[in-house]
Ligand binder design. Sequence first.
Ligand SMILES: Nc1ncnc2c1ncn2[C@@H]1O[C@H](COP(=O)(O)OP(=O)(O)O)[C@@H](O)[C@H]1O
Ligand SMILES: N[C@@H](CCC(=O)OP(=O)(O)O)C(=O)O
Length: 381
Amino acid sequence: MNASDFTSQSLPDWRRAVLKVGSSLLAGDAGLDPNHARALAGFIDAAFEQGREVVLVSSGAVAAGRARIDDGGSGLVPKQAMAALGQASLIGFWQQQLRRPVAQVLLSHDDLRNRRRYLNARATLRELLRLRALPVINENDTVAVDELKLGDNDNLAAAVASLVDADLLLIATDIGGLYSAHPRLDPSARPIQRVERVTDALIDAAGGGAGTLGTGGMRTKLEAAAKAATAGIATALFCGRDPAVVAALSRDRLHGTLVEAADDRLRARKQWLRHAPGSGVVFVDRGAADALRTRGASLLPGGVVRVVGDFRRGDPVDIVLESDELVLGRGLVQYAADEIRRIARRRSQDIESVLGFRYGESVIHRDDLVLTGAHEKEREA
Ligand SMILES: Nc1ncnc2c1ncn2[C@@H]1O[C@H](COP(=O)(O)OP(=O)(O)O)[C@@H](O)[C@H]1O
Ligand SMILES: N[C@@H](CCC(=O)OP(=O)(O)O)C(=O)O
């Protein structure tokens, strides 16, 4: 049931990864135990030194809280209180292990379902990475209650991987990787090196039944991997208790299970955007249309002629060439309809003086833009 059951394989190429670390790796008898965290922190520091970026999703707040006050309370509300008691220690714990500055980010799934909050969270995370800081994310357990359990960080990590446009999701846990059945219950369970597609049958066979501190077992890890795969992101499951396994990651070797990406990342995102219902229309001039089509540029306020509809920041809108009424594509707006009306035809440098604030220089960022059929081909050419 350890890493030696798994042979070494290459990790896919990556520049930005989300690393999820479960409570099972951090909880000790007296709160958080650095024993396994040290190697993981070493991997993170090394990744930044290699010019890569890592976003950490870390569980462990409940375990840290219990070490401070333990009145034996079980159930949801006591757990939420424990998470609140332990969260600051969890961040302090990671800061002690790492050379880079860490930043606390608490998110809930609801934050990521709401397009505006999604964009705000993404902008903050991008800025932290630009500053070469390490975002340490946990679920905002005080407000996030998924059914009757604390929300699970495996699925949150998959959502974060899409949010930050990661190339890879790394899930560190207390077992060598995925087995064909729950290995602690079924002695005939076999290690699975590679998963091409996460099927319901695989999830059912994997089993939940985590330890006392973990939340979801392999079931939630596979659900997370399936979500990441759909977004075009591969997932690696490995044993974070084995320092050699963790060190090998820095050499792009994986001893564990690799779940392949189902689709090309950009294509997956564009697919989503293409089918999202439009909330309004941004009409652009020919100069802007050419910049979008031939240079793969972002849409700047200077090229916007007028706006139809009452949409909010983060909503999908259609982009139409004013003169020919030609639909060019679809994008997520950085500004609300009324704000775009005020900055239309202005230079990007003027956004702040007109609105009194600024989210960025573009009305629609190139990463949030998909052109229709023929225009897309021009853009990709
Ligand atoms: N098919 C499976 N393969 C491997 N582990 C499994 C499987 N099914 C259930 N598990 C259990 O999942 C546990 C890891 O999940 P969990 O305890 O939630 O850890 P974490 O705190 O890292 O999220 C393993 O220790 C193992 O007991
Ligand atoms: N947010 C909770 C963890 C929830 C969770 O998903 O735990 P785990 O299965 O150990 O990753 C905490 O910090 O304790």
